[in-house]
Design a protein around this ligand. Structure first.
Ligand code: PLP
Length: 410
């Protein structure tokens, strides 16, 4: 908190009261970006989580899911940390995301989790990505792109994974159609059927029988293909929840996103084994930018919806909904940590700033570090706590930290 006589200057290095203060490098680098607000990404936590997961699921392999800008953490740095921790595959949603990994020099296999547009297949081949397919049009377009790619000098067939829809009904071929798609792939010399996979809808509800049913449907397709003389090298089904709570679903590979970032796949599972061995990798922080005392009965922020009950120290923190701070947090009990204590977000979250009611006697000054997500002292605000207040899930909270917030890696 505030040292007596400390000049309360922006960009001045804050002295947070907790043991886990941001490293000096983190604060300096955040300050050099002029607004003292940043997301701190703990790459050691990513690496740790990857090694915990890799060890847990062995002999299955670990595929680190780094779609959506690695759930807000930054895909290239996360991919490197996950590979260092024992992941052997990466997965992304978009061809653009895969290309970004290649441009950064990452050579590990990169699985595309949905079938790319037929017009994107050339880029898939050019970037050496591993496409998922589930339509005849997709296979045909990919084969053309792979043949043209081969004319450019690449001789090896393009590896392909066929996705079976076993119940979620988002994307994938029905179990019946998947046989035809797989045979189509296997019949084309430019392509190589490497994988067969599905995706679970309720693996985060460990007691649901649906996951076992989905798994058995995938295995039935694999059996039928085997009887036709076709055996993909890799079967996979599990997301984080599948990998953590359904050991029989680990198969050859698990595709972990949320667990890699240190979060349980469902709030009911947070803090329980084995997710309790994971370390959260993202925290959202800013230095208090303005402090004033507000008289009892005064109201705060847009709509004047929050009334200060007693004369209070009100701090302004320079993060708002344009940074991913959910607007409804202002009305649903959202809190921040300052000096290792919890204080309420007071009134409406605005685009660039929030107000924090620090109460009558708070020793809070400009430059103090406020934590919106993460640990300070003995307190921690998790993405699941935030999500619980806003009717959301931890996934959306961390993906929602916007591009405007600089990421600081340690
Ligand atoms: C996003 C995604 C995953 C990762 O899910 P988590 O719950 O974050 O582990 C795995 N597989 C597919 C198909 C996905 O879309």
């Amino acid at each position: 908190m505030t040292a007596p006589g400390r000049p309360a200057t922006l960009g001045q290095q804050a002295q947070p009261a907790d043991a886990e203060r941001p490293s000096p490098a983190a604060v300096v680098s955040a300050s050099s970006r002029l607004r003292p607000a940043w997301a701190e990404i703990d790459l050691g936590a990513i690496r740790h989580n990857a090694s915990v997961l890799a060890e847990l699921v062995a002999p299955a392999g670990l595929c680190a899911v780094v779609k959506a800008w690695a759930y807000g953490h930054g895909p290239v740095r996360v991919a490197q940390a996950a590979l260092a921790g024992g992941a052997t595959w990466l997965a992304v949603a978009l061809v653009e995301e895969g290309r970004q990994l290649r441009t950064a020099g990452i050579t590990a296999p990169v699985l595309l989790l949905s079938e790319p547009a037929t017009t994107a297949m050339r880029e898939v081949v050019r970037s050496g990505l591993t496409p998922t397919v589930y339509s005849a049009e997709g296979v045909a377009a990919l084969a053309v792109a792979a043949r043209d790619g081969a004319a450019d000098g690449s001789r090896t067939p393009t590896p392909v994974h066929v996705k079976v829809d076993t119940g979620m009904h988002r994307v994938g071929a029905t179990p019946e159609d998947a046989i035809g798609v797989a045979l189509d792939v296997a019949s084309r010399p430019e392509l190589r059927l490497e994988g067969l996979w599905t995706h679970f809808a309720v693996a985060d509800e460990p007691d649901s029988p649906e996951t076992a049913r989905q798994l058995s449907q995938l295995l039935a397709v694999a059996d039928e293909l085997r009887s036709l003389g076709i055996e993909p090298a890799l079967l996979h089904a599990a997301n984080s929840a599948g990998a953590l709570y359904h050991p029989e679903a680990r198969l050859g590979l698990v595709r972990c996103g949320i667990a890699l970032y240190g979060l349980a796949p469902a709030v009911a599972l947070a803090g329980e084994a084995p997710a309790d061995r994971l370390r959260r990798a993202l925290s959202l922080r800013a230095q208090v930018s303005f402090v004033k005392t507000v008289q009892a009965g005064e109201r705060l922020s847009y709509g004047l919806r929050y009334e200060v009950p007693v004369p209070s120290v009100v701090a302004t923190v320079p993060l708002g909904y344009a940074d991913g701070v959910t607007r409804s947090l202002g009305a649903t009990g959202g809190q921040v940590l300052i000096g290792g204590r919890r204080y309420p977000i007071a009134g409406t979250v605005t685009m660039d700033q929030i107000l924090v009611d620090c109460g009558p006697d708070a020793d809070v000054a400009v430059g103090d570090v406020a934590v919106l997500l993460g640990r300070q002292g003995r307190e921690e605000i998790t993405a699941w706590e935030w999500a619980g207040r806003t009717g959301s899930i931890a996934y959306e909270v961390i993906c929602g930290v916007s591009a405007r917030v600089p990421r600081v890696y340690r």
